[in-house]
Write a protein that binds this ligand. Sequence first.
Ligand SMILES: NC(=O)c1ccc[n+]([C@@H]2O[C@H](COP(=O)([O-])OP(=O)(O)OC[C@H]3O[C@@H](n4cnc5c(N)ncnc54)[C@H](OP(=O)(O)O)[C@@H]3O)[C@@H](O)[C@H]2O)c1
Length: 218
Amino acid sequence: MKIGIIGAGNIGGNLTRRLTGLGHEVSVANSRGPETLSALAQETGATAVTASEAANGARIVVVTVPLKAVPDLPSGLLDGAAEGAVVIDTGNYYPQRDGRIAAIEDGLPESRWTERQIGHPVIKAFNGTYAQDILDRGRPQGTPGRQALPVAGDDAAAKQTVRDLIDELGFDTVDSGGLDDSWRQQPGTPVYGSRDDADAVTRALAQASPERTAEWRA
Ligand SMILES: NC(=O)c1ccc[n+]([C@@H]2O[C@H](COP(=O)([O-])OP(=O)(O)OC[C@H]3O[C@@H](n4cnc5c(N)ncnc54)[C@H](OP(=O)(O)O)[C@@H]3O)[C@@H](O)[C@H]2O)c1
């Protein structure tokens, strides 16, 4: 499958490694330009491109940049994507890093904010997963204790596409509801940073409180 990855840091780099390893055709971009991604391209066989080009023809586009960078992404970012393209948002709001984002402080789920910025629906996934785990902790379907990732989004078909991709990467998934419920997997919630299986992730999501704790406020 053609996959575009915007952001080539901890998460974007490791997704590039795993997804090329699975045979996907990956284009990857950062802010400094493709010439700065030659080592990753050489290592993985991915194509290094500009952020404007990353979505071209892609069936899945992963946006994996710090939230503060989302408004700087090129306009028309997804214009060249395949029809019905699915966008995965891995982002978290870290006020210490991203500065104060009033709408999120006022209770808008982070991924709803990102969706509005880029003008395309998103599926929230990988946001609570350690980047290294993407490389190391994938297991075959049916493995007892297989790590599970919560996946939130409004479009059932898009969410299934993402769940299938995550399964391919070696993880179970838990449907964590629509994007309005995605606060249940934001930083500071019980499921954030979890390495647990699907049953435990389901319980953790149910235990979440919508209150953003002081540690996660600007
Ligand atoms: N690290 C983790 O374990 C982890 C886990 C789950 C979720 N997350 C979340 O996922 C997101 C990415 O995290 P990360 O740790 O992978 O970040 P990171 O290591 O800091 O990498 C960020 C990447 O985004 C790129 N970028 C920044 N602005 C851009 C722009 N305008 N256009 C294109 N690319 C741009 C950077 O490119 P340059 O280097 O060229 O500037 C860099 O490749 C964050 O929201 C983070 O909270 C992180």
